[in-house]
Design a protein around this ligand. Structure first.
Ligand code: PAF
Length: 281
């Protein structure tokens, strides 16, 4: 496994691999790797000749500087895990390498980034887009892999690729869950023992809502989800919305013809967790 720290070196290396006709699969990460990330690496390895993973905790996507400070980091463990999974190339730049100057670019996504994460974390998706575009430019992948836990991020990256004509295929990968249903996330590492136990209620409640489906009106389902989770002393819902998969705008009733996704953000103390579920109807 080759580890690069400088953009010019990795770009040159990838360019020479592409000249040999190799297909490049790319996984963006912020490190603190778990089985969710590894599922992306596994698929990238199946579908491409060369798998590239980036590890960079991107400061511009943190609207809360405390959250940035507390974000879990364990580079040695990440590199050992990637080596073990037979990843080919890892890119570990530092902040100066990625932002030699402040990035002043402002991206616009219409209404896609005005709701949910975009509403509660102002500037978050602009920062994500800044780093994702820089890393696309450096690694020029044929395919890039993103987890569906960050459902809104995925929709925004698809729009970015369409708007800017990036020649990369975006591959969405299913949420990977712990045995009790909690969606895997680097942030889970920051939960206390008690918070971790209680956090399983989030996916359990989403699953109940899914099972109830269109037998109950939207408002009733939404209220049930929020009330059930808020009754737990360790958890507090920030938002729960049922949205159109494509537009991400809240849907008012089951009759609207679109795929509907229930998206949630919950605080467990100072740890913020997100999850989502796709409804059948
Ligand atoms: O999903 C993430 O971990 C981050 O938003 C990403 C895509 C690696 C960009 O920093």
């Amino acid at each position: 496994m080759k580890v690069f720290h400088h953009r010019r070196d990795i770009s040159q290396h990838i360019a020479s691999l592409k000249k040999e006709g190799k297909y490049i699969g790319f996984v963006h990460t912020m490190g603190a790797l778990h089985d969710g990330h590894i599922s992306l690496v596994r698929l990238a390895k199946q579908q491409n000749d060369i798998t590239v993973v980036s590890i960079f905790v991107n400061p511009t996507q943190f609207n809360d500087k405390e959250d940035l400070k507390r974000y879990p980091r364990d580079l040695n463990a990440d590199l050992a895990l990637l080596e073990n999974k037979k990843c080919d190339i890892v890119f570990v730049p530092d902040e100066k390498e990625m932002y030699p100057e402040p990035d002043l670019r402002v991206f616009s996504f219409g209404n896609l980034d005005k709701v949910m994460e975009g509403k509660y974390r102002p500037g978050h998706f602009n920062g994500v887009t800044q780093i994702v575009t820089k890393l696309f430019d450096i690694t020029t992948p044929h395919r890039a892999y993103f987890g569906m836990k960050d459902f809104q991020q995925l929709a925004i990256i698809r729009k970015l690729v369409a708007d800017y004509g990036y020649p990369v295929e975006i591959i969405a990968c299913p949420i990977v869950r712990e045995a009790d249903g909690l969606a895997m996330s680097s942030r889970n590492k920051r939960l206390s023992h008690e918070q971790r136990k209680h956090a399983a209620l989030i996916s359990k409640t989403l699953y109940k809502a899914y099972q109830t489906g269109n037998s109950k009106p939207f408002d009733v389902i939404k209220k049930n989800v929020v009330d059930t989770i808020n009754k737990d002393p360790y958890l507090e819902v920030e938002y729960f919305d049922i949205v159109d998969e494509k537009t991400l705008q809240p849907v008012k009733d089951w009759g609207i013809p679109c795929r509907k996704i229930g998206c949630i953000a919950v605080h467990a103390g100072d740890v913020r967790l997100i999850d989502n579920i796709t409804f059948n109807s």
